[in-house]
Design a protein around this ligand. Structure first.
Ligand SMILES: Nc1ncnc2c1ncn2[C@@H]1O[C@H](COP(=O)(O)OP(=O)(O)OP(=O)(O)O)[C@@H](O)[C@H]1O
Ligand SMILES: [Mg+2]
Length: 253
């Protein structure tokens, strides 16, 4: 191993969570993976929605291997991953497999170790977590170096984001977490949403939640999903793509 290799810092584990489903975790995770790759990072996007995987569907992939190979100890995360044309690696989940939903803690621990090991080969390992707050989601969120919590303007999404932050602080006191407000009608509404949550966190959890980014509601997102093409490939200059790229830049500094 060369000095440059030994000196190279391990990559970072980022996780995207929300509590409430359908707020845009997968859209943001794919967009961030592509934007970070475009900035020169080696990125592994992991579909860690263990019950209802859909990263491969949004990306139109037909993978040979998936997270089940990693859980079974057959392959490393890097070896099981598929390279996407957009410049990042994808470790797909396995949809509809009851064996993956509600995993035993020992299997989650194995996955956690494999993901941490992947940071030796990737600058960013990005976990797209499932909705809800089950034990596997909490464990994977707790192993991240930074948790990105996604909320929308809807009050139910805000209360679920609060619950994620509350449990995350309990599971891993002092861990870094930031908010992304997605599908906003305008920037001011996104900032109001953030302030509401930030104040609740300051008051009841003892510390606020810093803002990572605000992404507008944009019809081009649904269009890119329909075409199973990443947003930054299909509509690189649309408003949502620009804000996701901006978020990636912010996370890289
Ligand atoms: N910024 C946006 N503008 C418009 N629509 C969006 C935006 N972000 C997400 N969506 C829409 O919201 C839907 C859900 O997005 P996505 O699948 O990323 O959510 P999720 O949080 O990953 O859902 P799940 O909890 O089921 O995993 C998508 O169909 C997409 O079209
Ligand atoms: Mg999803």
């Amino acid at each position: 191993m060369t000095t440059a290799e030994t000196d190279r810092a391990a990559g970072r584990l980022l996780a995207v969570a929300s509590g409430k489903g359908g707020v845009g975790k997968t859209v943001l995770a794919i967009g961030l993976a592509q934007a970070l790759a475009q900035a020169g990072q080696r990125v592994l996007l992991v579909d860690a929605d263990l019950g209802l995987a859909n990263v491969d569907v949004q990306l139109g992939l037909d993978p040979r291997h998936d997270v089940a190979d990693v859980l079974a100890g057959r392959l490393s995360a890097a070896a099981a991953a598929t390279t996407h044309d957009a410049g990042f690696a994808v470790l797909p989940g396995r949809s509809g497999s009851g064996a993956l939903a509600g995993l035993e803690p020992v299997a989650v621990a194995r996955l956690e170790a494999a993901l941490r090991a992947a940071t030796a080969e990737f600058d960013t390992v990005l976990l797209d977590l499932g909705a809800g707050l089950d034990a596997a989601v909490r464990r994977l969120a707790a192993c991240a170096d930074l948790l990105l919590v996604v909320a929308t303007e809807e009050p139910t999404s805000l209360t679920d984001a609060y619950a994620v932050l509350k449990l995350h602080r309990r599971d891993r006191p002092g861990a870094a977490a930031r908010l992304v407000v997605n599908q906003v009608s305008d920037r001011a509404a996104g900032e109001r949403t953030w302030r509401t949550l930030d104040q609740a966190c300051s008051r009841f959890l003892g510390a606020g939640v810093p803002l990572a980014g605000i992404v507008p509601r944009d019809a081009r997102v649904a269009d890119s999903i329909r075409h199973q093409t990443p947003l930054l490939t299909r509509h690189p200059t649309c408003s949502a793509a620009r804000q996701i790229a901006f978020l990636a830049k912010f996370l890289s500094t």
